[in-house]
Design a protein around this ligand. Structure first.
Ligand code: G6P
Length: 608
């Protein structure tokens, strides 16, 4: 979703802005632009193509000279993708240029007011009201004008602003949308996330909501909306540059799948001490946990699917009822929650607007909030009572892989820790599960070794119109994620079904040659799954099965079988999803699609 970069310093700004925008491409966008200030004038360059096109259009930035500027990748919401709607947007007098991420909910009202005063708008965007309002309120003091304008805006925004009267000053403001400041030596930056900054600096300031930042090349000053100064807190980022770059892989998604064993090790190993799970990062203790009589998991997309796995595992291990909600539904359905409910929020980016709103809803109703987040310092992390970070490193491909499996890993850690704390599972079983968890990365490595076989199998689905994933219990939860992966990047329709439910309607869609991917990794339900496989096969389905190593009986019932190494039954989802991340990847690759940036999707969905 929209990305912002900004620079002020002594070097040419354009190459830095273009490079930053390229790093933010993964967030998803349909147009982009930069604005650079030089000799008292702001010059812009925009495209509705890839950032590469902006490099070409501007001769690698040379035609847009100047050492202060802002850039933007736009994911269209108000007005279609076009160069007119692309940011940066200018004021009528061309004194101000503005980039914006978020949605200004009262823009119609603001726009009408300005139109009645004679302002003519150039674009269909909500953003354009900002430079127009700046022009109206500016009386020679930039900070004063920005403070007056942001007070008038409802909704969410991260803003980057330059003004011709201030040839070295970059202004930023934030409310609900992500924005960070990069502190360099004799230069300063703004960006939507760290991936655009780490090649320049690892010292960052996480901007709080309702804050305005005024940057020059040597100074960073923060203010509230009443121009009172706010303290600047600099944090250091440990992610390295290599982690945010492709490192020889064709696509980030392949790189990130190959990183899954390492990411899971990083997430679990420091939290297992002397064979026991230790969660030092959280303040939730035995007393508080004992008071909890319900767990409510809230998330979007793959994080929601991780939550469904969490439900199966936690209900079994803790004997506490667990609900799983889509954040976009939760926030508008008058949810029932209280101080006895533990709300677990799951989000890779920590910035998903629906998830953040659901978190606030739960908190307002008295629930304690524990979040599972990858991006340190993100809005969700900051708003939660407790955070358990997934230590997956930066995830760039839009379709999540290591983000999802590290979320599962944290859910497993939490379930083991809570079962021990509450005494709901005996020590011997807990130690078996914990040992098996340590073995998950090795098991994943062995699935990754089957890449070539899975690529061969994927050929069968390249021309499919539609296919089905079926499974029971945790296998069903994994089916949901496997189906989503395929839809996201290969654009093939697929549906995930609880295998036992198929006969209540959907089996009418099974016909000769229809591919059904049957996940049969839950040993207790293996025989039931074999019966379901027989049902679809009898109706002509082409069955691809997934089973535990050693359960070879399924081979007689399926056209193809993928075997996964055995881990404890509660932990299987993290291993079982890998073949289907690979399957989706290879189908998309064979179709020649842009795997890392699937159409219409965004990595970090910061609007509703
Ligand atoms: C977007 C992404 C999905 C992701 C979902 C939730 O839709 O395309 O891959 O699962 O957001 O993201 P989060 O950052 O909250 O985990």
């Amino acid at each position: 979703m929209c990305g912002i970069v900004g620079f002020t310093g002594n070097k040419p700004a354009s190459p830095i802005l273009l490079d930053g925008l390229e790093k933010l491409e993964y967030r998803g966008y349909d147009s982009a632009g930069i604005a650079v200030l030089n000799d008292n004038k702001i010059k812009t360059a925009k495209t509705t193509e890839r950032i590469r096109n902006l490099f070409e259009k501007t001769d690698n930035g040379k035609t847009v000279p100047g050492s202060i500027g802002i850039g933007h990748t736009r994911w269209a919401t108000h007005g279609g993708p076009s160069t007119t709607n692309a940011h940066p947007h200018l004021s009528g007098d061309a004194k101000f240029a503005v980039v914006h991420n978020g949605i200004i909910e009262n823009y119609v009202e603001l726009k009408e007011e300005l139109i009645s005063e004679g302002v003519e708008f150039a674009s269909e965007t909500d953003t354009e009201v900002v430079p127009r309002l700046l022009e109206k309120y500016y009386k020679g003091d930039l900070l004063d004008a920005v403070c007056q304008v942001v007070k008038k805006l409802d909704g969410s925004f991260a803003l980057g602003i330059i003004c011709t009267d201030y040839p070295e000053t970059l202004v930023a403001a934030k409310k609900f949308s992500p924005l960070i400041i990069g502190k360099g030596k004799g230069e300063n930056y703004i960006a939507s996330d760290v991936t655009a900054l780490i090649s320049h600096t690892r010292d960052v300031v996480y901007l709080e909501d309702d804050t305005v930042a005024v940057l020059t090349k040597n100074d960073i000053n923060l203010y509230d909306y009443n121009k009172n100064e706010v303290a600047v807190k600099v944090s250091h980022i440990n992610w390295d540059i290599a982690a945010a770059e492709k490192g020889g892989y064709d696509y980030f998604m392949m790189k990130e799948m190959c990183e899954e064993p390492r990411a899971i090790r990083q997430t679990i190993e420091p939290r297992i001490k002397d064979g026991e799970v230790v969660l030092e990062d959280i303040s939730l203790d035995k007393e508080a946990l004992r008071k909890i009589n319900r767990i409510s998991i809230v998330a979007c997309g793959s994080a929601y699917h991780a939550g469904i796995v969490g439900k199966y595992v936690m209900e079994e291990m803790l004997r506490i009822p667990v609900d799983v909600d889509l954040a976009s539904e939760y926030r508008y359905r008058n949810p029932i929650t209280d101080s006895k409910t533990l709300t677990i929020i799951i989000s890779q980016s920590g910035e998903t607007a629906d998830t953040l709103a659901a978190l606030n809803e739960a908190k307002q109703r008295g629930s304690r909030v524990l979040s599972i987040v990858n991006v340190v310092g993100s809005s969700i992390a900051k708003a939660s009572d407790d955070v358990i970070y997934t230590w997956a490193g930066p995830e760039i491909a839009v379709a999540t892989t290591k983000g999802y499996t590290t979320q599962l890993s944290v859910l497993y850690l939490f379930a083991i820790w809570a079962a021990k704390t509450l005494g709901t599972v005996d020590d011997k079983t807990l130690s078996e599960i914990t040992n098996s968890l340590k073995n998950v990365p090795n098991a994943i490595d062995r699935v990754l070794d089957q890449k070539d076989k899975i690529r061969e199998m994927a050929k069968h689905s390249v021309d499919s119109q539609s296919l089905f994933f079926i499974g029971r219990n945790i296998d069903y939860a994994v089916s949901l994620e496997a189906s989503l992966k395929l839809k996201e990047i290969s654009y093939i329709h697929s549906e995930a079904y609880a295998a036992g439910e198929l006969k209540h309607g959907t089996i009418s869609l099974i016909e000769e040659g229809r591919t059904v991917i049957a996940l049969a990794c839950q040993t207790d339900l293996y025989d039931k799954m074999l019966s379901n496989i027989k049902e679809v096969r009898a109706r002509g389905a082409y069955v691809v099965a997934c089973a535990n190593e050693g359960e070879t009986g399924v081979a007689a019932e399926a056209e193809e079988v993928i075997y996964i190494p055995r881990v404890h039954k509660f932990l299987r989802a993290a291993v079982e999803i890998i073949p289907f991340q690979l399957y989706a990847y290879y189908v998309a690759e064979l179709k020649g699609l842009d795997i890392d940036k699937p159409r219409n999707l965004a990595k970090s969905v910061t609007v509703e």
